[in-house]
Design a protein around this ligand. Structure first.
Ligand SMILES: [Mn+2]
Length: 372
């Protein structure tokens, strides 16, 4: 049996950090769902499992709900199975209650429900959130016969308690499913096996914040009684990247810009400008005043879809001169320079230099606890 597993699209999410790009970005995430439906057609997917939080809110605007149901309806050879998550719980204002649903979409209720597809020899069980939280509830073991058993849950796997349907390994071992399609955690996990049940968090298919970095996608593949072969298929419309740049060698703004853009091109290929970047600038350039960070940001903004900068550049200091100062500061610099001299490798040396500069900031009262 061919399946696709996705979850946590959060279509319609308000992303304040994107400022003037926020409206456009909502439609890109909607487009990602359309691309997932296209993938279902291309890959002859028989079951598309969506494990909650398809919409960011249960009051999803019609401009998002209408196309979502249309894409599903148009993907007529695929059965879509849905459990609602904590963001789009199944209550009176849910889009799943307000719209006429496609015939090829099953939405599971707030108690465990089971649907059988005899023509595929597939049985599916699921349980939706009906509020923004849901307690764990024991489940009757799925029948053990020649049907392939699917279980869909928006759940907090591995948690012993909590407000988001906490489930344990013991629950998985006793559920009787061949595959447990999980949603809620946005970071993808490997497909693993507990007892006789394969399970995974497929992760969100399109990152919507700098806590959702890197390539995102869905799991697609074959599940049968002999095994489970799902592979990760990327489908992010854009990628969030968090990166630190050491600009110690940069001579001026232009040089800094070149260092950054060359590295991004090298790392992310020719479409690097589509990504969203959160860059932290570090290092001790010779002439700090020649690197104008506001100007650099404007330049980068003109090249990249989205970028923000945290400036942690520090002026390079004459450490030898400082070490001669008759003061606690001078003593500190002296000690640190001795350590740097005998450092075993470049990484150690770099760390000690960072520590030295952080220490000097501390003398000026400029260091916050946990500063990175
Ligand atoms: Mn979610």
């Amino acid at each position: 049996m061919k399946l696709l597993h996705t979850a946590d699209l959060h279509i319609g999410a308000e992303l304040a950090y994107l400022e003037n790009l926020r409206e456009g970005r909502k439609y890109e995430v909607l487009e990602t769902f359309k691309n997932i439906c296209t993938l279902c057609v291309k890959e002859n997917v028989e079951f598309c499992l969506i494990s909650g939080d398809l919409f960011d809110s249960n009051a999803a605007a019609n401009e998002f709900a209408e196309p979502v149901f249309r894409y599903i309806r148009d993907t007529k050879n695929t059965n879509f199975l849905y459990v609602a998550g904590n963001h789009d719980p199944l209550n009176a204002s849910s889009a799943f209650k307000k719209f006429e649903l496609p015939e090829n979409l099953i939405v599971f209720g707030e108690d465990y429900e089971t649907v059988e597809f005899p023509e595929y020899k597939v049985r599916a069980t699921g349980r939706s959130f009906s509020h923004s939280s849901m307690e764990f509830c024991e489940m009757e073991k799925m029948p053990q016969d020649n049907f392939i058993n699917l279980l869909l849950l928006h759940a907090d796997f591995g948690a012993s308690d909590g407000a988001y349907n906490p489930i344990t390994s013991a629950f998985v071992e006793n559920c009787g499913a061949d595959y447990l399609a999980l949603g809620h955690i946005h970071k993808r996990t490997a497909v693993e096996k507990i007892g006789n049940t394969w399970l995974s968090y497929c992760g969100c298919p399109d990152g919507q914040g700098f806590d959702e970095v890197g390539e995102k996608g869905v799991y697609v593949g074959i599940l049968n009684k002999d095994g489970c072969r799902l592979h990760f298929t990327p489908c992010s419309s854009r990628i969030h990247v968090v990166k630190k740049f050491d600009l110690s060698d940069a001579k001026n703004t232009e040089d800094a810009k070149k260092t950054i853009l060359d590295a991004l091109l090298f790392e992310h290929g020719e479409n690097y400008d589509r990504n969203l970047y959160k860059l932290t600038l570090v290092g001790t350039p010779e002439n700090l005043s020649d690197i104008k960070v506001p100007e650099l940001l404007t330049e980068l903004k003109s090249k990249l879809y989205f970028v923000k900068i945290k400036n942690r550049l520090k002026q390079k200091l004459d450490l030898d001169l400082l070490s001669k100062e008759i003061s606690l500061k001078g003593l500190f610099v002296n000690r640190m320079l001795e350590k740097i001299k005998v450092a075993e490798d470049d990484a150690d040396k770099k760390q000690l230099i960072d520590a030295l500069y952080l220490g000097l900031d501390a003398f000026d009262g400029e260091v916050a606890y946990n500063e990175d």
